[in-house]
Design a protein around this ligand. Structure first.
Ligand code: IMP
Length: 425
């Protein structure tokens, strides 16, 4: 972050798993406050701290910076038992996590065993499943929109929680029986309330005050812009607003308060779950990238689908989110390939050549990619330093991606560690 960018939003610029966790951790180093603004424990942010791999699902990825405060804002959904476990895991790593350092919004919504049950049922019964993480995300956001959800502030209040359970018994015939059949899950769910209570506060007014006071605030998105509920590849999306606009809505932060928006993309693309993916590779090259890039879901362990960089989709994400800069991550994974490709248009059997991401997932699914092909490089990319040190072929690829998507590529990821990065001079 530069001195002039006090409030920065970091969004995933593809279908998630771009490596946001690492970059938030890196960019948070000189920050005061890191805020997670949407999603729940469907996310899996992997960091390497002191050489040790840590996967965070709900806590913001800046949590390991000791002088910093972390917040979970109104737009997130919380799995209470899992959050308690995650807090314990982080404390085990000597992080002094007190209520002063972790603000949990009373407005955020709670994922209950009921929501997880509904997610599992819908996924297993449907012939055209979305391929969700089965963490109850869609049903929780669905209840929020239907005004029948349980908010964190009510969850930690025994009487209010009881009223919510009573109401659910009245309106959902299978809710009462589930209380009995999943008694253990409900017991764990209820038990977490007391542990979380000290963290619950009006996180949003504190975040606004920090922004007004000129503190360095990082707003951390989960999943990716192409999984956005409105602007992603619906219905193969997640149920929240993953983009930069979602940060303002989640926190109640005026849009003018945002100074900078950074998108994190990989030098190639991955996707977990179902949905259109024009540049998907089904060959040896795809298998090689998947293996070298260890492309397995951090939350579910599912193998990720792998494909070439989709320039059309990246340009769309730049425009939807107003990206000021793009991080091109995991470029080291492409080293050794004889050629690398970027999709610059789609070819549809009826509509012909398309230069924009279509709004319809059916149309996108029928598209073939039109590629620009670049020579590969076999020289290892230096681990750290300047982007000027990239092998010439990699430089050409980065320059082409930058020109095509319309945002400056300011950082290149070269490995999983905090220091594995090349920066624009
Ligand atoms: P849900 O968010 O569990 O409802 O899943 C909806 C879609 O978003 C599925 O395709 C998931 O695989 C995808 N998804 C959810 N969270 C993540 C993530 O953190 N990374 C990548 N894909 C995700």
């Amino acid at each position: 972050m530069t001195a002039s960018s006090q409030v920065t939003v970091l969004v995933g610029a593809q279908w998630g798993d771009e490596g946001k966790g690492k970059w938030i951790d890196v960019l948070a180093a000189d920050g005061d406050l890191v805020v997670r603004y949407q999603g729940g424990n469907n996310a899996g942010h992997t960091l390497y701290v002191a050489g040790k791999k840590v996967v965070l699902h709900q806590l913001p990825s800046g949590i390991f910076h000791s002088r910093q405060t972390s917040a979970l804002a109104a737009g997130v959904v919380i799995n209470p038992a899992q959050l308690v476990a995650e807090i314990a895991k982080v404390r085990d790593q000597d992080v002094h996590l007190t209520p002063e350092r972790l603000w949990l919004s009373g407005r955020a919504h709670v994922i209950t065993p009921w929501h997880i049950h509904v997610d599992e049922q819908r996924e297993s019964r449907s012939k055209s499943a979305i391929g969700t993480t089965k963490r109850g995300i869609g049903p929780t956001y669905g209840d929020k929109a239907a005004r029948s959800g349980l908010r964190v502030g009510d969850y930690v209040d025994t009487a209010a929680r009881g009223r919510w359970i009573q109401r659910m018994k009245e309106v959902e015939p299978s809710f009462g029986p589930l209380l009995t059949t999943s008694a253990e899950a409900w017991a764990a769910f209820e038990a977490a309330a007391d542990a979380l209570k000290p963290f619950v506060c009006d996180a949003e007014s504190r975040i606004r005050a920090a922004a007004r006071a000129g503190k360095k605030v990082l707003l951390e998105g989960a999943q990716g812009a192409l999984l956005d509920l409105d602007h992603g590849t619906y219905p193969f999306v997640t149920s929240s607003s993953t983009g930069a606009g979602g940060a303002c809505q989640s926190i109640g932060l005026p849009p003018r308060q945002i100074d900078r928006v950074i998108g994190i993309a990989k030098g190639y693309v991955t996707r977990v779950g179902a949905g259109p993916f024009p540049t998907e590779l089904h060959d040896q090259v795809g298998a090689l990238i998947a293996k070298k890039g260890q492309e397995f879901g951090a939350t579910t362990g599912r193998p990720r689908r792998v494909g070439w960089l989709d320039g059309v989709a990246l340009r769309y994400v730049v425009q939807v989110n107003g990206l000021d800069a793009v991080v091109l991550n995991k470029m080291d994974i492409l080293t050794g390939l004889s050629e690398v490709k970027m999709c610059v248009a789609y070819r549809h059997p009826v509509l012909g050549e398309l230069t924009e991401l279509p709004w319809s997932s059916d149309v996108l699914a029928a598209c073939e990619p039109v590629y620009q092909t670049f020579p590969g490089w076999s020289t290892e990319i230096p681990k750290s330093g300047s982007m000027a040190q990239l092998p010439p072929e990699a430089k050409t690829f980065v320059a082409a991606a930058e020109a095509f998507c319309g945002a400056q590529i300011t950082m290149v990821g070269t490995g999983p560690g905090r220091d594995d990065a090349l920066y624009r001079d």
